[in-house]
Design a protein around this ligand. Structure first.
Ligand code: G6P
Length: 497
């Protein structure tokens, strides 16, 4: 049994730093999770004694969690103390797929087609109850493990109720919440049933400090608190108070509600430059690079690259339509450019995601049928998740297309300039959080404006090599200014840890 109330720093997130699967022979295999969240949150290293609580997300995770007792085998986690909660599959499904991915994600990314959706009926009532149970399970586990006065960093829209539930159980703790998504503006947020809208805000306000990736998302959260809860929002004093070490300069607002004050902060998240540069020159990436070059065909051909999960918010279909528009309105590019689209399936247990993945495939095929020639395939689409291939694509891109409808940050926009071999023009949606830091050297687009996106692709393709190289260097510097480790440590400092 893990020591009760012994952890000084705790992290809580739905997806943890390790995922399990079964081998063909039925043995359990542990794999380290990827992405900015994992590398950022791992920054303290196992020696700091942080305990990471996450959910078992499938049968293999469940078996590993069941076998391990309160903590996973440290050999499988690089020494990180991980507690994987075995939440019943029906509860997890309703909370994660039902509420978090199908409702909260949709609201914050403005994904509903409102004449038909959302319609909150009996199914939602059941799912919401599961979401409460799932959040309470996390709060209970954290309350058991946290030492007196410990810092707890709760992550994302899956766990919005945890801060308030944890505070009820353990008022001594310092609690932070971080949102990795955008936050919806009040009119859109109010699509949620009133009690849900209220519960989510009150849940997060249970934290001492709630933080966001950009000031825009923080301001939207504050506006929702003012409109939905009638909370009092005041700007934070600009300069930190030197007599109060926990008064971090990244604080932007204070929100007063129900007798408590919650500080609202902003922490951008950058690319891990050192790791990416080293990783992008390993043999597996070089090997993928030659294969991609062969698929593109011809050294003179230019390449427009995108790398995404097939996520509705990534706007892949409009990106393909913009490419079609480029070939139509600037026919000189026919045969001289290839759109390399790496679109890795995500959340395929949800019908709407499966349909979207299929639509991406259909649109790509139609472009190839309409424009392709025996020696030119206009769109090369890969759907098999492969990190080495993504890095190879970053290296050879002439233009990177990052056009999300909305995105909390978007790390692809930050990773491409860091890894690019010969400089890359970045076509970037103004609705991505990363746009705040990269706008000066990117080609900004409105993600709904297909024709303007086509024009930006053309501008990227004709950008002279000196301009492109200079812009890429500045983009890479901006992209790595906030390394993931600093992002995590800054949050901890801001909580007074
Ligand atoms: C993206 C978002 C995160 C979110 C994660 C969940 O990375 O930026 O905010 O936590 O997706 O993805 P999952 O595959 O766990 O549903």
């Amino acid at each position: 049994m893990a020591a009760e109330r012994s952890a000084q720093v705790l992290i809580a997130s739905n997806r943890g730093p390790v995922a399990h699967s079964f081998t063909d022979g039925g043995a359990l295999l542990a794999r380290r999770g990827g992405g900015g969240l994992v590398s950022g949150l791992s920054a303290l290293g196992p020696e700091a004694g942080a305990v990471w609580t996450c959910a078992a997300l499938g049968d293999a995770d469940r078996e590993a969690a069941g076998r391990a007792g309160p903590r996973l085998d440290p050999q499988d986690t690089g020494g990180q103390a991980v507690r994987m909660l075995d939440i019943p599959a029906e509860v997890l499904d309703d909370a994660y797929a039902g509420v978090a991915n199908s409702v909260l994600w949709f609201v914050h990314h403005l994904l509903y087609q409102t004449p038909l959706e959302p319609a909150f009926g009996a199914d939602f009532a059941r799912q919401w109850e599961a979401y409460e149970t799932y959040n309470a399970t996390f709060a209970e586990a954290l309350a058991q493990e946290a030492a007196e006065g410990a810092a707890v960093l709760v992550q994302d829209y899956h766990l919005t109720l945890v801060p308030a539930l944890l505070r009820e159980r353990r008022p001594d703790l310092r609690i932070g919440h971080f949102s990795h998504t955008p936050w919806a503006p009040p009119d859109y947020y109010r699509l949620l049933p009133d009690d849900t809208a209220t519960a989510v805000l009150r849940g997060i306000l249970g934290a001492d400090r709630a933080a966001f990736l950009t000031r825009r998302w923080a301001a939207a959260f504050a506006a929702c608190c003012a409109e939905v809860l009638g909370a009092e929002v005041t700007p934070s004093p600009d300069a930190p108070d030197p007599s109060n070490p926990s008064d971090a300069p990244e604080d932007v607002f204070r929100i007063r509600h129900a007798g408590r004050t919650t500080r609202i902060g902003v922490h951008g998240l950058g690319a891990d430059g050192e790791f990416l540069r080293e990783r992008a020159h390993r043999a597996d990436v070089t090997d993928r690079l030659s294969r991609l070059r062969a698929e593109i065909g011809g050294d003179e051909r230019r390449t427009i690259v995108r790398v995404d999960r097939t996520e509705l918010s990534k706007n892949i279909v409009r990106g393909l339509e913009a490419y079609r528009c480029l070939l139509t309105e600037w026919p000189e590019w026919r045969g001289r450019v290839v759109h390399l689209a790496l679109a890795y399936p995500s959340r395929q247990d949800l019908t709407v995601y499966r349909d979207y993945t299929a639509e991406v495939g259909r649109v790509a095929e139609r472009i190839n049928a309409d424009f392709g020639t025996p020696d030119w395939t206009p769109v090369v689409l890969h759907v098999q998740d492969d990190f080495a291939r993504s890095l190879a694509a970053y290296r050879l891109a002439d233009v990177a297309l990052v056009n999300p409808i909305r995105d909390g940050m978007n790390l692809v926009a930050k990773e491409v300039p860091v890894v690019s071999d010969a400089g890359c023009a970045l076509v970037l949606s103004r609705e991505a959080g990363a746009h705040v830091e990269l706008a000066g050297d990117a080609l900004t687009v409105n993600p709904y404006d297909v024709r303007a996106t086509a024009r930006a692709l053309h501008e990227g393709l004709v950008m002279g090599p000196e301009v492109r190289t200079a812009r890429t260097e500045r983009l890479a510097a901006a992209a790595t200014a906030l390394p993931p480790s600093e992002w995590f440590l800054a949050q901890l400092r801001a909580l007074g840890g």
